[in-house]
Design a protein around this ligand. Structure first.
Ligand code: COA
Ligand code: MG
Length: 302
């Protein structure tokens, strides 16, 4: 999976596929990644029309350097296959990834991957369209390792905590306060991050519905970031800036990481395996943590 494209996903903005105004706002936003939604933000009566609105927006708007993703309905619905056919036939050269909802098993991902194989051949598309998968069903979490490895198109796993908590019949009364001794989403987040990293994918944290509660958003983003997630969804433009900040290293951290990397390189060239940099020991293990920050800064362009 070494040819997987490296993309920024610090902030992924969800834009309902029915709203031309929001699609324009999404294209002009600072989010790294925008997904145009055909699933829950679109009422059943509007799904067919939304495909056309999304195709027109992908082909007509200037998306800058953003990753352009289309979120499709899940494989148990009557919409999934035509969602994929219509948006890829209509705008295949302007789609970077397809996001599959409510994946339950590797076969769900393979269905999407095989459809993309056929469409890319038929349309002679120059670039491979990637797949991002929402883990938001209990069976999806149980099968997360197989889902992560299901296709070379796989790029990311997203934790969809709303549907997930419904699927497990969790009781979220008291969530975020004194309701549970610990973080109720720790286990699914940890497991998704581990499965994603083991397969070379990006783990991404899902939505936070109360877009006026910035403190709550930042708290959840921070928890995900500490577990290795690369970003979090925004359902409203107000959530973009807090995600960009949370999932970027600070200038100070980047400067420090580059100093440590240079000191370690110098030590190696002198035949030393570990070095003292102002009271901090740097060796083969700790340099891996440092290099994660350096690579992230390079990707962001810091
Ligand atoms: N993408 C792009 N623009 C958005 C946006 C989004 N997700 N959410 C809001 N905006 C725009 C609004 O159109 C509005 O534009 P304006 O100032 O030109 O009028 C501006 O941002 C401020 O929005 P606000 O008035 O605060 O909220 P709203 O009542 O218009 O919208 C929601 C609130 C929740 C309906 C809207 O944010 C939304 O639809 N979010 C996405 C929902 C979604 O995708 N769900 C599925 C994934 S979980
Ligand atoms: Mg969902």
């Amino acid at each position: 999976m070494t040819d997987r494209p490296m993309r920024l996903r610090r902030s992924q903005l969800s834009v309902p596929g029915v709203s031309e105004k929001m699609l324009q706002k999404g294209a002009a936003s600072d989010a790294d990644h925008v997904f145009l939604d055909l699933e829950d933000a679109v009422a059943p009566s509007e799904k067919r029309g939304a495909r056309k609105t999304i195709v027109a927006a992908l082909n007509g708007l200037d998306w800058g350097r953003k990753t352009r993703c289309v979120r499709v309905n899940d494989v148990t619905t009557e919409w999934c296959f035509e969602d994929i056919i219509e948006v890829v036939e209509g705008a295949g050269n302007n789609i970077d990834t397809i996001m599959l909802t409510k994946a339950m098993a590797a076969a769900d991902v393979q269905f999407v991957s095989l459809m993309l194989d056929q469409l890319e051949k038929k349309l002679k598309l120059a670039r491979r369209i990637g797949i991002e998968v929402l883990i938001e069903e209990t069976s999806g979490l149980q099968n997360v390792e197989a889902i992560a490895a299901a296709s070379p198109r796989m790029e990311s796993l997203i934790f969809g905590m709303g549907d997930y908590s419904a699927s497990q019949q969790m009781n979220l009364r008291g969530w975020g306060s004194e309701g549970y001794p610990g973080d109720i989403f720790h286990y699914p987040r940890f497991r998704i991050a581990m499965a994603a990293r083991a397969a070379g994918l990006d783990p991404v944290d899902g939505p936070y519905a109360n877009f006026r509660d910035e403190d709550g958003y930042r708290r959840e983003a921070k928890y995900a970031h500490m577990l290795g997630f690369v970003g979090k969804w925004a359902i409203h433009p107000a959530q973009i800036a807090p995600a960009l900040e949370t999932f970027s290293p600070t200038e100070r951290e980047v400067t420090r990481a580059r100093e440590l990397a240079a000191a370690y390189d110098k030590a190696l060239s002198e035949g030393l395996g570990s070095v003292n940099v102002n009271g901090t020991m740097v060796d083969a293990a700790s340099i891996r943590i440092v290099m994660n920050t350096v690579r992230r800064a390079d990707l962001i362009g810091m």
